[in-house]
Design a protein around this ligand. Sequence first.
Ligand code: T5A
Length: 221
Amino acid sequence: MRGKFITFEGGEGSGKSTHTAALAERLQARGIDCVLTREPGGSAGAEIIRHIILSGIAKPLGAETETILFAAARDDHVRMTIAPALDAGKWVICDRFIDSTRVYQRALGKVDMKLIRSLERVTVGAAMPDLTFVLDVPAGIGLARAKTRRGSAAADRFESEAIEFHEDLRRAFLVLAEREAKRIVVIDGRAPRDVVAERIWATVEERLLGNLAQGVEIAAP
Ligand code: T5A
């Protein structure tokens, strides 16, 4: 049976890395084999493209080229990491995926949605997420958390954009979640870490583990 695919989305410092790792650990403890991955990156080729994008060296090439670079990274990631894991029955937990392109490249570069959707069709194929969490925090809180975490290191390509951009992103994620309410669940990321983790777990149990229990696919813990 194909594994489940769960993605985490949201602004900078909203808690995606924290909660992708926490969820993977909890699923493993339930006997579910998981692959924890991220975008941009998650495969050898995509990690090289990650460096090109996040270092900012591709910025002068324009928002469309950056969008195409994200798509190239995603194509490698899906083919080399995500699809093989799902086909092998593993669950894949991914820190950012298609919704980040829809929101960031659309909001920042005003890239045509038709281009974004066409690239999505080519790169994602059947690897559509079964469930997506949007961790929602005000831009100021997220950026402050991200800054504390990175310490003296420089802000990356997107983190260094103006606060208004990050507020636009937050709104755009919420609009997307409303439009695709079947797939996307918004979690208030301002809550304490353990509260956020419990809300995520309750949603996974309700939406994915409940179905599995009926199909009996979970190994004994
Ligand atoms: N991008 C990406 C695009 O533009 N288009 C795309 O298609 C894709 C895929 C990726 C960048 O690329 C852009 C978006 C991004 O700008 P990245 O380095 O992967 O960059 O960075 P982010 O995904 O933004 O991740 P961050 O590491 O900044 O934030 P996270 O992962 O959301 O947050 P996390 O878990 O590291 O937490 C940050 C800090 O807050 C604390 C944590 O301990 C940590 O110190 N924290 C909390 N504190 C209090 N209460 C809570 N509930 C907390 N949860 C976490």
